[in-house]
Write a protein that binds this ligand. Structure first.
Ligand SMILES: [Zn+2]
Length: 252
């Protein structure tokens, strides 16, 4: 296998034996650059699986600090990290997991003003942030930059996940899906509660879809939304069409 070191052949052996990934796919992962917004409940497992998979460069964007109440679900951080920036704590944890990965910690809130600058140059964007304002800014930048957006969201016992490639003629964008929804005060995880493992399931699945967008295999999730119901322990997938009147992605 050319181009991979003995260490890499050993570390990624279980990927390399997969027909769907192989040595070529592993090299694509090593060369890839992914941005993850939010190093919280979704970002923790998502970042862990991306770093473990050998995604070469990862940008972690989070302006928050680790709070004791986060540790019930944000598994990237430990008790000793309470009070530390989440992006910095995430960087340290990911470097311990896989020193080969180049992690950039951005301790900033992503806004409509800085979104395009922060996200430019990435091959995929994973959004696990906790506000609609941030999500809308990420989605607008991903559409402009023509970068796949893998977006996950959580409720107390539920999760949603999709991949958006809205710049393509037949693919919906994030705005086609959510419309003009606004932040609803009192509806964040901090306010309504969440079963921690639900975040783990959705964040791990988000990492899977990031990897799929970098090394295509199986059926892409674009044009479909996964809806996970932890109370019924059931998952369904619904089709999502491009809105021909979408103000963001429809052809003029
Ligand atoms: Zn759209």
């Amino acid at each position: 296998m050319t181009g991979l070191t003995d260490q890499q052949l050993a570390r990624y052996a279980r990927h390399i034996v997969l027909r769907e990934i192989g040595g070529g796919g592993q090299k694509q992962l090593l060369a890839a650059r992914v941005a993850v917004i939010g190093a919280g409940g979704l970002g923790s497992p998502c970042l862990q699986y991306l770093a473990a998979a050998g995604v070469g460069r990862i940008t972690v964007i989070d302006d928050d600090e680790v709070d004791l109440s986060n540790l019930q679900r944000q598994t990237l951080h430990g008790t000793a990290d309470v009070g530390v920036s989440k992006s910095g704590s995430a960087k340290a944890a990911l470097k311990a997991l896989n020193p080969e990965v180049r992690v950039t910690a951005v301790r900033e809130r992503l806004t409509p003003e800085n979104a395009a600058d922060l996200l430019e140059g990435h091959d995929a964007i994973a959004d696990g942030s906790d506000s609609f304002t941030t999500r809308a800014a990420v989605a607008a930048a991903a559409l402009t930059l023509e970068t796949p957006l893998i977006s996950a969201a959580l409720g107390p016992f539920e999760g949603q996940l999709s991949t958006f490639r809205g710049w393509e003629a037949d693919q919906p964008c994030w705005h086609c899906y959510v419309g003009d929804m606004q932040d609803r005060p009192g509806r964040s995880c901090a306010d309504v509660g969440i079963l921690g493992a639900v975040a783990g399931i959705m964040g791990a699945m988000q990492a899977l879809e990031v990897i799929r967008s970098l090394v295509p295999f199986g059926e892409p999730l674009s044009g479909r939304v996964i809806i996970y119901d932890a109370l019924a322990q059931r998952m369904r997938t619904i089709a999502l069409a491009k809105d021909p009147k979408c103000p963001r992605c429809a052809a003029a």
